[in-house]
Design a protein around this ligand. Structure first.
Ligand SMILES: C[S@@+](CC[C@H](N)C(=O)[O-])C[C@H]1O[C@@H](n2cnc3c(N)ncnc32)[C@H](O)[C@@H]1O
Length: 299
């Protein structure tokens, strides 16, 4: 979903910090590096521009990390949702929302991109699963308090600014006893500086990481799925994805401060069989690319 380094084709200067190419390892941010932070509406405009190409590529099966690793592990960790009402935050074109609905839940998906919501709704019309979609921002959810038994967020939280507001909103709309399960790129390994170290056969044997403590507030990464064929890469512009990564302790402390009780964690990695099927997943055997967290609103 969100790119491990081998996805990245370019990284641009951004509204908060200089890009890594301008920002050598070990350098510290100076006050002059900071600009006005990107707000959620501006982030949404980036995503709306990404949405057509993203939908085309994921529906063609080119998000190998999602399909071969991240989503199957997320669903394995998901408690039984049969008969429950759920909210999927940052649902995109709805692929994972549909998988949750297929487990018997009544699901509502929200996304800030109208284009993603339109694609998700079209798929719902084509093959109904009882999913309701709305264009909405996670920083102001258009639902009453205690509306849902559970909430999910597949690879969206690190793409949304104002993390505290988002967590407070999810907490508010959950019923007492409800859970929130989300996936993000792993904060310890999706760092501003990262290099895949490869042996002579091209096999990744280590990932070099650094600059972990540099907070990223809207740094824009430009990339396309590495599995996309050359013809698609030539035709499509790279996605522009603003990211809002925090350190591991920052994510966990924010959940606790929002009132959640931490319940379960996952750091999925592919088995050899999965790598045989999709060789590009091999580097995800070396470190954890994704972090899964489940937290609960105790009643
Ligand atoms: C990496 S995509 C993940 C999409 C989807 N969850 C999936 O797994 O296919 C991140 C999503 O977050 C959405 N997003 C970004 N900011 C948002 C916000 N403030 N509120 C709701 N969704 C947002 C984007 O439009 C995008 O669909």
């Amino acid at each position: 979903m969100i790119p491990p380094d081998n996805y990245i084709v370019a990284q641009t200067a951004n509204k908060v910090l200089l890009s890594m190419s301008d920002y050598p390892m070990g350098a510290r941010a100076s006050p002059n590096d900071y600009h006005k932070p990107m707000d959620h509406e501006e982030v949404g405009r980036h995503w709306d521009e990404n949405a057509e190409a993203w939908t085309e590529l994921v529906r063609a099966g080119y998000d190998h990390y999602r399909d071969g690793l991240n989503t199957p592990a997320f669903l394995e960790m998901l408690p039984d949702v049969e008969g429950l009402s759920g909210l999927d935050v940052g649902c995109g074109e709805g692929h994972n929302t549909r998988l949750v609905a297929e487990r018997g839940a009544r699901v509502t998906g929200i996304d800030i991109s109208g284009t993603f919501v339109r694609h998700a709704e079209e798929e719902e019309k084509r093959e109904p699963r009882g999913i309701r979609y709305e264009r909405a921002s996670a920083v102001g959810l258009p639902f009453e308090e205690a509306s849902f038994d559970f909430a999910t967020a597949f690879m969206s939280l690190m793409d949304i600014p104002e993390t505290e507001r988002v967590l407070a909103e999810v907490f508010r709309v959950l019923k007492p006893g409800g859970f929130f399960q989300f996936s993000i790129t792993h904060p310890c390994f999706d760092t501003p500086y990262r290099e895949n170290l490869r042996d002579e056969t091209g096999r990744t044997y280590a990932i070099e990481v650094g600059d972990y403590f540099r907070r990223r507030e809207g740094e824009v990464k430009r990339w396309l799925f590495s599995a996309a064929p050359p013809a698609a890469r030539e035709r499509l512009s790279p996605f522009r994805v603003p990211i809002f990564m925090r350190t591991l302790s920052s994510w966990l402390n924010r959940l606790v401060e929002a009132g959640f009780v931490l319940e379960r964690f996952g750091e999925p990695y592919p088995g050899d069989e999965a790598v045989r099927e999709r060789p590009g997943l091999q580097d995800a055997q070396v470190v954890a690319y994704f972090l899964h967290v489940r937290a609960r609103k105790h009643g």
